[in-house]
Design a protein. Structure first.
Length: 119
């Protein structure tokens, strides 16, 4: 491996180490049960669904047997989530506040928006 390539890999590694992770106290701000409303502007993708997720120490999980949710919440409420239901998979990004949140999602053929509220 060339010297410049090793330097590039080392720089990328150091950059990743410098990214601040959510502290347990910051992540706990969003702990609890959330109701998420998923919407799409395309009638072919359905016109909405509701999902329940739980956040614990900044980690997103689901209690729903029909859907699996995983992801994380970072400081400031930035959230990234993956939802899987059968063969369907969607990823979502957005921001949570103390009691609500919103963002966008996309799947293989569909995309849309989501809103959340703390239960």
């Amino acid at each position: 491996m060339g010297r410049s390539r090793r330097i590039l890999i080392a720089a990328c590694f150091l950059f990743l180490l410098a990214i601040p992770a959510a502290t347990p106290a910051a992540a706990a701000t969003f702990d609890g049960a959330w109701s998420v409303r998923i919407a799409s502007s395309s009638s072919a993708c359905g016109n909405g669904a509701t999902a329940s997720i739980d956040i614990s120490h900044g980690r997103v999980e689901s209690d729903d047997a029909m859907m699996t949710a995983s992801g994380r919440v970072a400081e400031g409420g930035r959230i990234s989530v993956t939802l899987i239901s059968g063969m369907k998979r969607a990823v979502g990004f957005g921001r949570l506040t103390g009691t609500s949140g919103s963002g966008t999602w996309r799947g293989a053929l569909c995309r849309g928006t989501w809103t959340a509220r703390r239960i």
